[in-house]
Design a protein around this ligand. Structure first.
Ligand SMILES: NC(=O)c1ccc[n+]([C@@H]2O[C@H](COP(=O)([O-])OP(=O)(O)OC[C@H]3O[C@@H](n4cnc5c(N)ncnc54)[C@H](OP(=O)(O)O)[C@@H]3O)[C@@H](O)[C@H]2O)c1
Length: 332
């Protein structure tokens, strides 16, 4: 790879930020200098990178002097304000928030699908919604083979998708319930332990949530497929890490499971785990911490024309966030 770069992580102390540090190191990204930024609450905290402690600094408007690549994961409002300042200072920004994902001037990229779009960037590149990225890892190879028309899907999303505080909330609720105490809900509107919440992100007038519409809106941009349709129900489940999605996809061309298996087995970043007779199918518990997404439960859909149903699971802190962001930075 190229000469060492000055890399900044905005939101370094968060669930995604911590993973970014690990992924940069694991993939041998050419980090010459590392600037870790977070809120004033974390200023002075120390995080380890390749055996050395790096002090976290408070994010400020002048934090980006000399930075080559800035990886943002501190929420949409922070990205909206600070990403343009980072670009002005000469950095290329890879943004994990939803702030720029629908901006026509900002490429929205899953490297295995539309990596070439990175070239069109004007300083900011957006990382897709985690559930969308994971679903498309399985849908894209099938789309290339058969031409997808629409999907109907339900997600099973881990609490770490909400961030570090939600991980704590699930842990504390499990402990409280085991001790016979009343669990407190702060992050979610209801108890998440031993429950499922059909509610991820804010509700829209249509009755869908913002998260649910991301699959259609972002899927269209990433696959360069403006007619793609997706009806999704997003569900939060008491899983610490890794999202799963049950997908029912309808295609233009007649489908065959043999050809589907063939294209999925060859797809980069994806592993086919599909042996129901041996109880082998993707599980969030087993895919957590892995770079590859896993796909299985492949079958001809009995209710759709040219339909395939599948189950896909992926670590949303990796392919849905940190890994995808670092892959984009590598392309830059
Ligand atoms: N979690 C996922 O699976 C996932 C997947 C894809 C995309 N994303 C996106 O990535 C972003 C971060 O998510 P997360 O899950 O890592 O959240 P998180 O665990 O809550 O972390 C948030 C980070 O942002 C920092 N931050 C908050 N307010 C700030 C401020 N005013 N100035 C500077 N830094 C501030 C926090 O610093 P302090 O520690 O100092 O508060 C922390 O480092 C969000 O936009 C989210 O939508 C998350």
């Amino acid at each position: 790879m190229s000469s060492p770069l000055h890399v900044a992580i905005v939101g370094a102390t968060g669930a995604v930020g911590v993973e970014l540090l690990k992924v940069l190191s694991r993939r041998g990204f050419p980090v010459g200098r590392l600037t870790l930024l977070a809120s004033a609450r974390s200023a002075g905290k120390r995080l380890e990178y390749e055996g050395e402690e790096v002090e976290v600094r408070e994010l400020r408007e002048d934090s980006f002097a000399g930075v080559d690549i800035a990886l943002f994961s501190a929420g949409g409002s922070i990205s909206k304000h600070y990403a343009p300042l980072a670009v002005q200072a000469g950095a290329v920004v890879v943004d994990n928030s939803s702030a720029f994902r629908m901006d026509e001037n900002v490429p929205l990229v899953v490297p295995e699908i539309n990596g070439a779009d990175v070239k069109r960037n004007r300083g900011i590149i957006a990382n897709p919604n985690c559930t969308t990225a994971i679903t498309l890892m399985g849908l894209w190879p099938l789309h290339r083979a058969f031409g997808v028309k629409r999907v109907i899907a339900a997600s099973y999303q881990a609490v770490s998708g909400t961030g570090a505080q939600a991980i704590e909330e699930l842990r504390k609720q499990v402990e409280a319930l085991a001790a016979g105490e009343e669990p407190a809900s702060v992050v979610y509107p209801h108890q998440i332990a031993f429950n499922v919440l059909p509610h991820v992100d804010a509700f829209l007038e249509t009755g869908y949530t913002k998260e649910e519409m991301k699959m259609q809106n972002e899927g269209r941009r990433i696959m360069h497929h403006p007619a793609f349709r997706a009806s999704v129900t997003c569900v939060r489940v008491p899983v610490y890490r890794a999202h799963s999605v049950a997908v029912h996809a309808e295609f233009e061309a007649p489908v065959s499971l043999e050809r589907a298996r063939e294209v999925l087995a060859k797809a980069p970043g994806l592993r086919l785990v599909d042996n129901p007779a041996l109880n082998e199918y993707p599980l969030p518990l087993l895919v957590a911490g892995k770079d590859e997404c896993e796909i299985g439960r492949l079958r001809l859909d009995c209710a759709l024309d040219n339909g395939i149903a599948f189950w896909i699971a992926g670590d949303q802190l990796l392919k849905g966030a940190a890994l995808n962001a670092v892959q984009i930075a590598e392309l830059v």
